[in-house]
Design a protein around this ligand. Sequence first.
Ligand SMILES: N[C@@H](CCSC[C@H]1O[C@@H](n2cnc3c(=O)[nH]cnc32)[C@H](O)[C@@H]1O)C(=O)O
Ligand SMILES: [Zn+2]
Length: 431
Amino acid sequence: MVRTRIIGGVVIPVTESGLWYENGHVVVEDGRIVAVGPGEGSPVPGEAVVNAAGKYVLPGFVNAHGHAAMALLRGYADDLPLMDWLQKKVWPIEDRLTGEDIYWGTMLALLEMIEGGITTFADMYFHMDRVAEAVAQAGVRGVLSRGIIGTGPDEGRGAIRESREFASRWHGAEGGRITVTLGPHAPYTCPPAVLRQVAEVSAELGVGIQIHLSETRSEVEQIAASHGKSPVDVCAEAGLFERPTVVAHAVHLTEADIDLMARFDVRVAHNPGSNLKLGSGVAPLPKLLQRGVVVGLGTDGAASNNNLDLLEEIRLAALIHKGVGEDPIAVDADTALALGTREGARALFLEEGAGTLAPGAPADLIFMDGSGPHLLPLYNPISQVVYAAKSGDVTDVMCDGRWLLRDRQHQTLDRDKILFHVSRIVEGFTR
Ligand SMILES: N[C@@H](CCSC[C@H]1O[C@@H](n2cnc3c(=O)[nH]cnc32)[C@H](O)[C@@H]1O)C(=O)O
Ligand SMILES: [Zn+2]
């Protein structure tokens, strides 16, 4: 039995709106949370005790959309619209990335994500066996997909075959920390026949789907011109939404699109930072939430963000919808924190309770140092985390009951070695 009692911290369970314990406890046993509440609870002889005095204790952040290895391309191509950014800059250099590059790029992203309190991330990229290896070593939870682009001469056949093989090797691996999904890139890169095939393979393998959808106005116009309908309709008609699907972006939606997504329980990864930087627009988050659509938050890749800081996305989600909607309660602090944790876990179809501190939930949690001047005085820790904290306040990270970061020190990754390999790899890139 490995049992740890965390005491003395400000505990934010994110199980219900507004709940926190000024001095609470969280007990973890065999990778699960077994008790949460005020005070110290009922200590049992033999358990390890961790004092979290001066810290906030909350669920780990969930990064519901991204391309981890794109950390290698951080700052490589800025200030361009999506289609130019992809076609002129990103895709040409991605063509040259090897499995080794992607392994170390993913490791760089994992260093950053763990330091910022992310315990679960979604990924859509290639050389995914190397990504899964990195995830296995780092100890985080990964929802991983081989990106499928169906416009080339082989119409995505190679990527679909690789996705099948990848799923057979890694779905449910590492005690369930790794789940595999299918990753059709977008309706403008996957014709309906490819989307239909993805839906079939998803049913056959019993895995979910992640896709970029309705990200830019130009995508919507392009699909209207070629298909006479919306990108959401294209996916629906291909049968994608009969399967568990999370769509990234969902910026340009009609009322009918939102109705359809709500009806099919399509989940959304909202990426406010990436959408702002690529000038894609602002997703109708308040409307999606009102309609009961499950929404999580994502960073997208570090080439369009340019960091992997989920706390920043939480704050952006809370702020931009107030500004754009001229409504100071459009997305409140409670909601924003839930989007970055519990709702992100739901958006990725993780098990019930994931992304919260509740008995039975996976033990994915973080500590944040609450003693900095920017966090004082303390009236409400939820407000503090969302509106005032910095991701650098994260001191400790646990995933699946295992410490990944203690006192800001990596427990599973060799920081210097990763940084060395990254600098060696990018020396070969043209600027
Ligand atoms: N090019 C790969 C597969 C694509 S993986 C996922 C793709 O999504 C791209 N990507 C990253 N961010 C975005 C976004 O916001 N919208 C659309 N595509 C994106 C990313 O550059 C990558 O090419 C192959 O060898 O088959
Ligand atoms: Zn993306």
